[in-house]
Write a protein that binds this ligand. Structure first.
Ligand code: G3H
Length: 524
């Protein structure tokens, strides 16, 4: 879809990057950034800016900066008082808020997210950071004490792990990246961060906020390709945590480069193919509403999206008719147009890939059920409801990250359960029905196949205080406001045998300001 030339595209050319606390200027090659929102006089992707295409030499300098700031645990940042690190994050969020308008506009142009969702991504990220600060204070308050067991006093806290390489995804380039980066930093780690391939310009207004808020070397921000930046950093063996939201193939390739895998901690949010199971007694009107948002919010480009609908054969005809009508009624438009639910797809060649998947499924016996299903343009494919789908089809096994909705009829509940048990993924499921004698035992099984069973509700990550994780190829570690603080830290403590000599020293330590670790201050 084209937009009118009166919809003025942004243009942002940046040569800046953040290294060791300085905003440096890159003098090497630049990469063009394109939006797949097409201006009508051009008929080509719209050029909306340029970013540095940095090389491995600079990547290793950024790594050096992060390594020096951590100082093998002896640096100022990892040994600082908790309240001082919190103050840095508060400064960051204060500066970040000033850039809401630019970031939201870039989210729309760079990744085609509709205005409401783009604004929500920004606001949710700010809330996440504020909640992280509160969660860290709570954690710190719980640690602000001594315990005694078997005549040993212990003062137990969580300490940082070291150097973090942080890589985010294109579909939530702000939110998911910052949900890794901020907890990593606040816990005392240092980081090198490279934005995703798409959704990169929107990070540039925030670089200065990072520079103002954090001491030199604590966070270093580079631009460029993964093979030039992430690969040499991993090969150096100096990364302690790989924090990545993306595909397992990238995560595995990066891990393989690390010479000391045994000491590499992984915090990974990976692909999924979440199913919905619709039982014969489900409230169809409600189920359809949830399945529309579950399958098609942001055109299905969410790792939590519903990617296959198992519908009981007794209700499948009625479901298909109502669901297809609901899909065909969805409004496609430009991200800033009122009520646009479906929007242009930001990845080059994505509609060709979607077409390949549709052709494969149709060749294997499925039909596109809805009237508008599969209408194609270079930057969009209208959502297609495929029926009957089965496990021989590519769309069933690949994380399509797009607007295809395969519907699989079932007679026996073991059919979807067995498929899920066989699947390489295990993030979430949606279960629709109302008879508790059926739902109860199903929940008992589903809870072992995935990590969140959504009852009569679509799959989703939020609210961010709930654990977000997955089994099998879907994740490593758990993320939530609280869990992320744990994922980026390790328990470490001071222990001392209970005797007069030690107790006197401990008391003196506590009454002094000599240790940032040993203190029982209650953070307000
Ligand atoms: O792409 C994965 C996102 O974390 C999904 O988040 O369920 O809130 O859209 P969401």
């Amino acid at each position: 879809m084209k937009n009118s030339s009166k919809d003025k595209a942004p243009y942002l050319k940046t040569k800046h990057y953040l290294l060791n606390g300085r905003l440096e200027t890159w003098h090497g090659p630049q990469s063009k950034v394109h939006s797949y929102i097409v201006l009508d006089e051009e008929d080509q992707p719209t050029e909306i800016g340029e970013i540095p295409d940095m090389d491995s030499e600079i990547a290793l300098k950024a790594l050096d900066a992060a390594v020096n700031a951590f100082g093998r645990g002896q640096g100022d940042w990892p040994t600082m008082k908790v309240k001082e690190r919190i103050a840095c994050v508060e400064t960051f969020v204060k500066h970040m808020r000033k850039h809401r308008k630019e970031v939201v506009e870039l989210l729309m142009w760079e990744i085609g997210k509709n205005q409401e969702a783009a604004a929500k991504e920004f606001d949710r990220t700010v809330d996440y950071i504020i909640d992280t600060i509160e969660a860290y204070k709570k954690l710190d308050r719980k640690s602000a004490k001594f315990e005694k067991e078997s005549s040993i006093h212990a003062h137990i806290r969580r300490g940082p792990l070291g150097i973090v390489l942080c890589l985010g995804p294109y579909n939530y380039p702000l939110n998911e990246t910052f949900c890794l980066l901020i907890p990593a930093l606040i816990m005392g780690n240092t980081a090198v961060f490279k934005p995703a391939k798409l959704g990169v310009l929107l990070i540039t207004p925030l670089i200065e906020a990072f520079q103002k808020a954090f001491p030199p070397g604590v966070v270093n921000i580079l631009f460029g390709r993964g093979r030039n930046i992430a690969a040499p950093i991993m090969s150096s063996g100096r990364i302690d945590v790989l924090a990545l939201i993306g595909h397992s193939s990238s995560a595995v390739a990066l891990q393989d480069l690390h010479p000391n895998k045994n000491r590499l901690r992984l915090v990974l949010g990976l692909e999924a193919n979440n199913p919905a199971i619709i039982l014969p007694d489900a409230d169809l009107e409600h189920t359809i509403k949830e399945c529309i948002s579950g399958t098609l919010s942001y055109n299905g480009q969410r790792c939590t999206a519903l990617k296959v609908l198992y519908v009981h054969e007794n209700i499948v005809d009625e479901f298909l008719e109502k669901f297809s009508n609901a899909v065909d009624a969805l409004k496609y438009g430009l991200p800033w147009e009122e009520g646009s639910f479906l929007t242009p797809l930001p990845e080059k060649g994505k509609s060709n890939y979607i077409k390949e998947l549709l052709d494969d499924a149709v060749g294997k016996g499925a039909k596109i059920i809805n009237d508008r299903g599969g209408e194609l343009s270079p930057n969009f494919c209208f959502p297609a409801v495929l029926y009957p789908a089965d496990s021989t089809m590519r769309v069933f096994n690949e994380e399509q990250f797009g607007p295809i909705i395969p519907v699989v009829p079932f007679k026996d509940i073991n059919e979807p359960l067995n498929d899920m048990a066989q699947s390489e993924y295990g993030q979430q499921v949606s279960l629709f029905g109302r008879d508790v004698s059926k739902i109860g035992p199903l929940i008992d099984i589903l809870a072992n196949l995935v990590c969140r069973v959504n009852l009569n509700s679509s799959c989703q990550r939020g609210p961010d205080v709930y654990p977000f994780t997955g089994r099998k190829n879907s994740a490593v570690s758990t993320l939530s406001v609280f869990d992320a603080l744990r994922s980026f830290s390790i328990r470490t403590f001071v222990a001392s045998k209970d005797n007069d000599y030690n107790n006197k020293i401990l008391k003196e330590l506590l009454n002094s300001e000599h240790s940032n670790f040993v203190n029982t201050e209650y953070l307000l």
